[in-house]
Design a protein around this ligand. Sequence first.
Ligand SMILES: Nc1ncnc2c1ncn2[C@@H]1O[C@H](COP(=O)(O)OP(=O)(O)OP(=O)(O)O)[C@@H](O)[C@H]1O
Ligand code: SF4
Ligand SMILES: [Mg+2]
Length: 452
Amino acid sequence: MTDLKNKAAAASAEQADGSEPLLNVSGLVKHFPITKGVLKRKVGAVQAVDGLSFDVRPGETLGVVGESGCGKSTMGRLVTRLLEPTGGTIEFQGKDITHMSAGRLRPMRRDIQMIFQDPYGSLNPRHTVGGIVGTPFRLQGVTPEGGVKAEVQRLLELVGLNPEHYNRYPHEFSGGQRQRIGIARALALKPKLVVADEPVSALDVSIQAQVVNLLDDLQDELGLTYLIIAHDLSVIRHVSDRIAVMYLGKIVELADRGSLYEAPMHPYTKALMSAVPVPDPRRRGAKSERILLKGDVPSPISPPTGCRFHTRCWKATQICKTTEPPLIQLKTGHQVACHHPENGEDQAPGDAPLEADVITVAPAKAPEAPAPEAPAAPEAGVVKAPEAVETEAVEAAEVVEAAEAPEPEAEVSPKAAEPATGESPKAAEPATGESPKAAEPATGDAEGKTKE
Ligand SMILES: Nc1ncnc2c1ncn2[C@@H]1O[C@H](COP(=O)(O)OP(=O)(O)OP(=O)(O)O)[C@@H](O)[C@H]1O
Ligand code: SF4
Ligand SMILES: [Mg+2]
């Protein structure tokens, strides 16, 4: 029933736009089994992705945003077929690739490429930059005009790196430069769709702006279509044409950027938005309502019944606990899964409120709009929105505009540094604990290189 409604909503959005989608995802499911004992008896499942339906149209950027653990990366890996879906369908250019074998997928991999979050772990430290960016040509048996070396050097130049650095190793580059190497590798085979999983979250804010602008420029130049995953609302706002908001394995709202930011309809989206300071000098001193959600995100092993957000939603009523709201189009191009949406017609008027064991709307705290250190002190269980960093990121993204100043060597965030086995950003030796799943992802075959 829900799936049917999802399909209908996706179809009507498509008709309204008039363009055939490049990617069409319908009812996509990924459950990771939990096993016990030597016989590996299945005792449950992590419902990481549970019925996603959306499409991506040629030339657009669809941003996907949501809290940690809501299934964003799993969705990206499913779409690129690095993971095998448990259910649903994935169509690329009208062709069903949901369960396509590795052999049949191989030519398809030229058209769908992935940029990974971690610029430190996703490049093989034993290979030169030339070898890394040239790998897709070798694996696909493609010889570009002028030879692999010339093409790799062209790609390095395209992403703002010095082609003379062809023989250097990843450890000789800064984080931002490494991410550019990852982007060059993803673009090597002239893909149609690029799935970027948190492409800038491991980078320093000023470097984030450069990489975001680079992705923008490359899209214009090469006519790329992006599916960009991020938890940073300001990055998503800057890059996306349309935005999907995920909560606990589901899309709860999907709309174009203007509509979503001006009038969010899902309470969860509203809470996320309220945590973002608005860098608008005209609103200096204006009171803004900040919604603080209490409680942790429930476990995807046993998600709440009905609406998965009902345990944290201040608008929840009885129906929210028992009946899952379908993702339906309530305004043109604006889909939402909620019985009592904001800025829209109530779908279950008069329903009795749920006993409030959760629900908190904090008193308004008025952040001085342009001040970057504005956000209120974080509380346990508060929506993990990107807070102060965001304003800086947006402003920087708009101002820096590919100023391409030489990147500082040490811009490693603690998060990025972790997986590299203690490697310091300036360390001369390459990291050796790199996860094999990340190395050579551009053309790697599915399951062997993923968490599964
Ligand atoms: N291979 C796996 N086996 C079991 N569970 C997994 C696996 N991969 C992901 N999960 C679980 O699926 C859920 C979604 O994970 P996912 O990495 O997609 O989240 P995310 O939204 O990308 O989070 P983040 O923002 O932290 O990257 C999590 O609960 C995670 O623990
Ligand atoms: S369906 Fe109910 S619980 Fe879910 S977001 Fe809407 S109002 Fe809140
Ligand atoms: Mg992730």
